[in-house]
Design a protein around this ligand. Structure first.
Ligand SMILES: Nc1ncnc2c1ncn2[C@@H]1O[C@H](COP(=O)(O)OP(=O)(O)OP(=O)(O)O)[C@@H](O)[C@H]1O
Ligand SMILES: [Mg+2]
Length: 151
């Protein structure tokens, strides 16, 4: 399966979807989260972490650019590149090392580091509706397709 669109009428629906998604993600996956400010990208990452059993606080990496988590035997990396400036910042922070084939990397605003970040296995597009959100998942690799198939 290459594409899947899901309606999320409220945050509870996001949590329900995240619980399913959590069972399909694999180490090493790169997932782009695309959508306007406030579209629900961070909310989905938080729901995913909670679904995996993470009990700590999940804050938006708005200023830190990266937050890291270890849960359920997985290493997750949550990037928000909205405030990312240039390649030298990427090098200085050593972000390239995070894409090690083992960490699961979830990236908000991936376009801000175009050319630096590896391609996505899955891109998730968020659309703001009058009530709730639509998300559309697009598989870009075989790994991504396998993941969508089992959703
Ligand atoms: N499925 C949903 N239905 C209704 N509201 C939602 C849903 N998902 C998230 N929201 C709401 O959207 C708001 C913004 O969400 P969030 O911070 O996740 O956006 P974001 O896409 O990460 O934005 P940014 O690009 O600024 O980081 C929150 O108040 C959250 O409650
Ligand atoms: Mg966010």
């Amino acid at each position: 399966m290459r594409e899947l669109t899901i309606n999320l009428p409220d945050e509870a629906a996001t949590a329900t979807f995240a619980a399913r998604f959590a069972t399909t993600i694999q180490p090493g996956m790169v997932i782009y989260l695309r959508g306007d400010l406030g579209a629900g990208k961070t909310t989905l990452v938080r729901a995913l972490l909670n679904a995996l059993g993470y009990q700590g606080r999940v804050k938006s990496p708005t200023y830190t650019l990266l937050e890291q988590y270890e849960v359920a035997g997985l290493q997750l990396r949550h990037f928000d590149l909205y405030r990312f400036r240039d390649a030298s910042e990427w090098e200085a922070a050593g972000f390239g090392d995070e894409f090690d084939g083992s960490n699961i990397c979830l990236m908000e605003w991936p376009d801000k580091a175009a050319g630096l970040i590896p391609p996505a296995d899955i891109e998730i597009f968020f659309e703001i509706l009058p009530e709730g959100r639509n998300i559309s998942l697009h598989a870009r690799t075989d790994t991504g397709r396998e993941c969508l198939k089992s959703l």
